[in-house]
Design a protein around this ligand. Sequence first.
Ligand SMILES: Nc1ncnc2c1ncn2[C@@H]1O[C@H](COP(=O)(O)OP(=O)(O)OP(=O)(O)O)[C@@H](O)[C@H]1O
Ligand SMILES: [Mg+2]
Length: 356
Amino acid sequence: MLFRKDKTLLGLNIGSGYVKMVELKDSGSVRTLSNFGMAALPADAIVDGAIMDAAAIVNAVVNLATNLKIKKKRISTSISGHSVIVKKIMLPLMDENTIEETIQQEATQHIPYDIHDVNLDFQILGSNPDNPDNMDVVLVAVKKDTINDYLQIVEDAGFVPVVVDVDTFALENSYEYNYEGEENAVVALVDIGANLICINILHDGVTCFTRSITSGSRLITEQLQKKFSLNYENAELLKMGSLENSKVDGSSALFAINEAAFSIVNEIDKAIDFFHTSSIVESRVEKILLSGGGAKIPNITKLITTSTGIECEIINPFRNIIIPEKKFDLDYIEDIAPLAAVATGLALRKDEAVRK
Ligand SMILES: Nc1ncnc2c1ncn2[C@@H]1O[C@H](COP(=O)(O)OP(=O)(O)OP(=O)(O)O)[C@@H](O)[C@H]1O
Ligand SMILES: [Mg+2]
């Protein structure tokens, strides 16, 4: 074939706070950012990963795509929350076909849902270091109802869903692409979203522990709403440092933000502590890489380091991606980069259906 077919997908991350879109250009050896944007969703459009107001989400996706002048129709998107179960399990050594035949039965012991209500997937990690006759396998189960709800939204918005991923793995994909060569350490990828904190601990670049916690940056919004009797929109503005609409002084606001941030940090600390005490691997977490809107909480990396004793930095999902200066405001991109981590991981997925 004379021309190389475009194998990139539009990355669409439907978060409960914001819808994010990332489009990359693949020129073989490098990727270039060709489009990025995000749009806020109403407070209760998505609750605990479940779609509550599909029309509002479709609307946000369509408007965002129109504003960004997106032409691509084929997308990769992801799901998170309690509809997704990711578990590392141990199985006797067997080949991939045999796992496919037995995974359903195995999963019944590990999944708290009726096995007929979930889509199952797995990834073989390799033989278990302590039990050479066994191997470690990551089991992924996603509720069919939730997948269908997300697919419906994507289709109603006029797109073709090609990849349906899980937020945690999209984030991991983003990390792998951008932090290649740093994979030996035990790294905790921590995404603080609006309503969900996702933790994925990688050992030698492979997932060894995941946990999602129902908390996030929205907790701060709620704290501000309660403390200063604000509506959701004004509390969101106050959280981002805009004092005009709320008539609250800066230091009281910062104090309230810190209080809620402390509880978020505490949850992260507890989860990492649990990982250490359960000695899944012998090494301790060497670095925490933070993503999501929660990375914008003032001083959050310092708070996390003080609490956990672990070095913490904000992820840069564009570290190995070229950002054309002519097209983008680099300060803005740098500012919102942590919110784009999942969407970038999704945009890095290839459209396997399109052959060269
Ligand atoms: N500058 C900022 N300062 C503080 N918080 C911010 C800032 N920018 C965004 N946020 C918060 O980040 C959250 C959105 O982050 P993100 O897009 O990562 O979440 P999400 O993916 O939509 O949610 P989830 O993954 O939990 O479903 C919102 O709660 C928003 O208020
Ligand atoms: Mg998110």
